[in-house]
Design a protein around this ligand. Structure first.
Ligand code: ZN
Ligand code: ZN
Length: 363
């Protein structure tokens, strides 16, 4: 914070708050704000009725407000600073450091930010660079949870390939995936599963629907789960019945691109290097224009976080970073192929946290 010239960091309920404090609570209209200042005791502002839960956070002073208080005035008062937008009578500034640059956690509701801006006479900046880089490098305990989540989605893929696809709808396959994950004690991720069949597979973030899967379809299966807050994310592409030559050719290219991306991941190289390595394989095979998304994203308490594996991201990769390598080729009106694994970077290179077969599977 000192290096970034930030004198107050405010974090609302999100993976950021959970990462910093272990406090996992959803957002409501009553603001919860962790307030961090360099060299000062951390504080958390919570509604009075949630004080007990917040009291479990070690080393953080709990500041509460009642249903009729102005929470932002209470925060200013607790920090011992004056607040421009609040009548003087409500604030007793004592001994605080008046913030001139306030960093806001990226998932904070706009409503809270607007109220904070009306309260504090300061510059407001995003805490994304600060928090993103902290969270990008995982510790051993985090890696263990990510590995466990990864094994669960691998096991689901292993069982899924024995399922009859033809005649079922995308939604039925999605329900089956969720059941396989829940049977392993995993929480199902809200964003998925993506089950994209036939021409729908040409849409990378297809919204799983009621299309009936037929013989001759390609089916992209992209799903995750959550284990003690930590995410998994995997994609496999299966074929219903024997695939034709075009599918096989495209599949091979994606498979090679994925391998090239994983091999390019080394400590010290910029994140974009991994994207370039995967993209080069697809470009050289003549499918460059059909690879329409970045190669990957970091993953941890959020399913998308730093390091983003994309052209332009010069963030140097570090051991402990965990991210996806998920190139794809999408042929409009025809089909698509994507293969995604999560990898953890070590001093020896990338280690896959997903090990389900990456060969063509006929279902
Ligand atoms: Zn995915
Ligand atoms: Zn992904």
């Amino acid at each position: 914070m000192k290096e970034a010239g930030i004198d107050l960091l405010l974090v609302s309920p999100s993976a950021d708050l959970r990462y910093l404090t272990g406090y996992a609570r959803g957002t409501s209209e009553r603001p919860t704000l962790l307030a961090l200042q360099p060299d000062r005791e951390p504080a958390i502002l919570v509604p009075e009725l949630e004080a007990a839960g917040a009291g479990q956070i070690a080393g953080v002073r709990v500041v509460t407000y009642s249903e009729t208080d102005n929470p932002y005035a209470v925060l200013a008062s607790a920090l011992g600073v004056s607040a421009g937008g609040v009548p003087d009578t409500e604030i007793r500034p004592t001994g605080g450091v008046q913030p001139s640059r306030i960093a806001i956690s990226p998932q904070m509701w706009a409503e809270f930010l607007l109220r904070l801006q009306a309260t504090f006479d300061a510059a407001f900046v995003s805490a994304a660079p600060l928090l993103g880089r902290l969270r990008a490098v995982k510790g051993p305990d985090e890696l263990e949870l990510l590995e466990r989540a990864g094994r669960a989605v691998d096991a689901a893929v292993g069982q899924l390939v024995h399922t009859q696809f033809a005649g079922k709808t995308e939604r039925q396959i999605a329900d089956e995936i969720n059941r396989l994950l829940q049977d392993q004690g995993m929480k199902v991720a809200e964003w998925g599963p993506i089950v994209a069949s036939g021409p729908n597979a040409a849409s990378p973030h297809h919204l799983t629907g009621d299309r009936e899967i037929r013989e001759g379809d390609t089916v992209i299966l992209d799903f995750g789960c959550i284990h003690e807050g930590y995410q998994a994310d995997i994609t496999r592409t299966v074929h219903v019945g024997e695939p034709n030559d075009e599918f096989r050719r495209v599949y091979r290219v994606v498979q090679e691109a994925q391998q090239a991306g994983v091999e390019a991941a080394r400590e010290g190289v910029p994140a974009q290097t991994v994207d370039r390595a995967a993209r080069r394989v697809i470009d050289e095979a003549g499918y460059g224009e059909f690879f329409v998304h970045r190669t990957g994203h970091g993953l941890g308490l959020d399913v998308h976080e730093e390091p983003y594996i994309v052209e332009g991201n010069e963030l140097p990769l570090q051991a402990g970073m965990v991210f996806s390598v998920e190139p794809g080729i999408y042929l409009p009106g025809k089909f698509g192929v994507r293969i995604e694994d999560i990898v953890a970077l070590t001093e020896q290179g990338a280690r896959r946290l997903n090990n389900a077969s990456r060969e063509i599977v006929v279902v």
